[in-house]
Design a protein around this ligand. Structure first.
Ligand code: FAQ
Length: 327
């Protein structure tokens, strides 16, 4: 079936293509592209790629923390964690809906995830070994996600930018709950502090990798920035994250596992050590510690949920039949 824009955003059939020059003029004029606007095919494909990867990351990202829902240390922690994991599912939904405004179908995007043709963030291929990892994910992973996503609220594509506004508000809450978990552990017993430190030691470098490869090895950045999809480069956002996080680590009383971190007066930024991008590329290729588990779990959950999709389809068909019968 040919896919059309029609969905929650009320958009019509696929918009026609546009030359790069005409599109540049449109961007310069109001800077915001909506589903009904014509757009170059490359722009549309880039958005589908990035938004789909982003959506997949949100739903795969439910797994590492979901692992701790049944073992959260108190009822309060459990309720908060359940709400957070549910938020991630909601973020996935906003993002799949935003992708669908570009004329793709979410069932097809999920199929591409399940068959390894589309990526999801490297960070979710690391295990959550202790309760402190839930704190480290909130503080560092959600923290990195916010730094990356706040500029996406100004992305040139309207539905993606608007989805990001709400996502960022929720991520801010997530980051604070992670910070609070680590603060409590860090000011608890020596064993609790050691657990918090161990979590930060393991999650620090993978969090820096979330921003993607270095700028000179990032094939998509230049074009995405020219199109106003990305507003800052991978390295600029990575630096922003380091600058934001170092003072927070001091408040937590925890050490970031990088002896090269120091304030550079001249640059007005923190210097930091070299990220091992070989590890990032290996994880992206499928060779991280948990890639196979994450994907097997996702595919099994999708198959187990087939009856829900069938029931929803049957209900929708019944509603249509009722409406047509009443007309
Ligand atoms: N992992 O040329 P670039 C979250 C791929 S949400 C995996 O630099 P681009 C919330 C990249 O796709 C986290 N793959 O690419 C949460 C490209 O592959 P392709 C997700 C990566 O797109 C918290 C290739 O490498 N956030 O955490 C990664 O210009 C807690 C070359 O790279 C987003 O998706 C990576 N780390 O820049 C949920 C934000 N880095 O497709 C649960 C939106 C790069 O050409 C719990 N996305 N690749 O084959 C973006 O901002 C961008 O897509 C980047 C990559 C910055 C990720």
């Amino acid at each position: 079936m040919p896919h059309v824009y029609g969905n929650d955003f009320g958009a019509p059939e696929r918009a026609p293509e546009l030359t790069d020059e005409a599109f540049a003029a449109l961007l310069a004029d109001d800077g915001r592209v909506e589903p009904r606007d014509p757009m170059p095919e490359g722009y549309r494909r880039t958005l589908v790629r990035q938004i789909a990867q982003h959506a997949h990351s949100e739903i795969i990202g439910m797994q590492p923390e979901g692992n701790w829902i049944s073992r959260a240390p108190s009822l309060r922690r459990k309720a908060i964690l359940m709400a957070k994991v549910q938020d991630e599912a909601g973020h996935g939904l906003y993002l799949y809906a935003a992708a669908e405004t570009l004329g793709v179908d979410r069932a097809d995007l999920l199929d591409q995830l399940h068959t390894g043709r589309q990526k999801y963030s490297s960070i979710f291929n690391y295990p959550t070994l202790s309760w402190a990892d839930v704190g480290a994910i909130g503080w560092l992973v959600d923290g990195a996600a916010i730094v990356n996503q706040v500029p996406l609220c100004r992305c040139s594509y309207g539905p993606y930018a608007r989805a990001m506004v709400r996502v960022c508000k929720e991520e801010s809450f997530h980051q604070r709950q992670g910070f609070e978990i680590l603060h409590t552990l860090s000011h608890g017993t020596p064993a609790q502090k050691a657990m918090a430190q161990d979590a930060v030691d393991r999650y620090w470098w993978p969090s820096l990798m979330m921003f993607g490869p270095p700028d000179d090895d990032s094939p998509n950045s230049a074009q995405s920035m020219a199109w106003g999809i990305k507003r800052f480069s991978n390295d600029d956002l990575r630096q922003r994250f380091v600058d934001m996080t170092v003072p927070q680590a001091e408040v937590l009383g925890l050490t970031l596992p990088d002896p090269e971190i120091r304030w550079n007066e001249e640059r007005g930024h923190y210097d930091f050590g070299t990220v091992d991008f070989t590890e990032l590329f290996e994880v992206i290729k499928g060779n991280g510690p948990c890639n196979r588990d994450r994907m097997a779990h996702r595919v099994a959950a999708h198959e187990d949920g087939a009856w829900v999709r069938e029931a929803a389809d049957a209900y929708a068909a019944k509603q249509v039949a009722r409406t047509e019968g009443a007309a």
